[in-house]
Design a protein around this ligand. Structure first.
Ligand SMILES: [Zn+2]
Length: 294
């Protein structure tokens, strides 16, 4: 069960890369659901799911164009485009591209999406060097050739608490670091049926296999950063619980309920609270283990 909360690629890649040495193949096999199409759907208000089965993308539509969260692998870009078009929107109307964090499964397609749409790419300050180097400056995966990708230039550098506005949409960028240095949790408010709801799109609170929480020379403050992330996540009001992978919030089960006619299947404040608690315990267990071994 713990596996489902992680980027599955990193679990397998880090465990097997050094032993077998063809992570690219393994990567694709281990994560078939990353490039498996999933029906696009409206979550609430002007917020839509346009991701694959395993990688989450969100489209926020406005009268001034649209915002897309995450670009995924390059192979996902045609899938995202098809999903946007199936919903009746134009891919070329995407004006702003955002990401959950600077790992290849959420940002490798950014250069291609910028090229097709001309969207402005807005990224949290501490993730900017990673996306602009195509992953080379990542503290954990920077020297793993199979996980590098086409660099993309950032048009606006974001800082913690910054707002991204387009039309009447307002998204707030919350720095939730540790998983990457600039990992970002996005929040927004949605008006539906005359009520206002809080949306949280979790960046990632996961400690991947191989992460050094103690004595990490490339990321000395990593443990403190995770502590900050859990403080931030626990402070956010949440009605709609979403995240960078559908597995964080049990997307498939909730989608099935939505299809059965439950209109607010994605409202899950209890699920959010439990998820954050469980992920914090997992982080603390790794931290204790690594401290004891050092
Ligand atoms: Zn990740």
């Amino acid at each position: 069960m713990r596996l489902r909360w992680r980027c599955p690629s990193t679990v397998l890649a880090s465990a097997l890369l050094s032993v077998i040495g063809f992570a690219g193949n393994l990567h694709a096999q281990a994560n078939a659901d990353w490039t498996e199409p999933f029906p696009p759907f409206r979550i609430a208000g002007d917020l839509y799911y346009v991701g694959s089965k395993g990688l989450a993308n969100y489209l926020i539509t406005t009268s001034q164009g649209h915002i897309l969260i995450n670009s995924d692998l390059e192979a996902n870009v045609p899938l995202i485009r098809t999903s946007v078009e199936k919903l009746g929107f134009k891919f070329s109307d995407i004006k702003i591209l955002l990401i959950s964090h600077a790992h290849w499964d959420h940002d490798a397609g950014s250069a291609l999406i910028k090229q097709i749409t001309g969207a402005k790419y807005m990224v949290m300050d501490a993730d900017v060097p990673v996306v602009e180097s195509g992953g080379k400056s990542d503290f954990q995966y920077g020297s793993t050739q199979t996980l590098l990708y086409q660099p993309a230039k950032v048009d606006r550098v974001l800082h913690d608490g910054d707002e991204v506005k387009l039309g009447d949409a307002v998204l707030v960028a919350h720095l939730t670091p540790g998983h990457t240095k600039g990992c970002t949790t996005w929040t927004m408010k949605i008006n539906d049926d005359g009520k206002t709801f809080n949306v949280v799109i979790v960046g990632s609170p996961n400690v991947n296999d191989g992460y050094k929480l103690v004595g990490n020379t490339l990321y000395p403050q990593i443990a403190e950063d995770y502590e900050r992330t859990f403080r931030v996540l626990k402070s956010l009001p949440c009605d709609y619980f979403l995240g960078a992978h559908g597995s964080y919030f049990d997307m498939e089960t909730k989608y099935a309920r939505l299809k059965e006619g439950v209109p607010k299947a994605f409202i899950d404040p209890d699920g959010y609270r439990k998820y954050v608690e469980e992920r914090e315990q997992a982080f603390r267990a790794v931290l204790l283990r690594q401290r004891a071994a050092n």
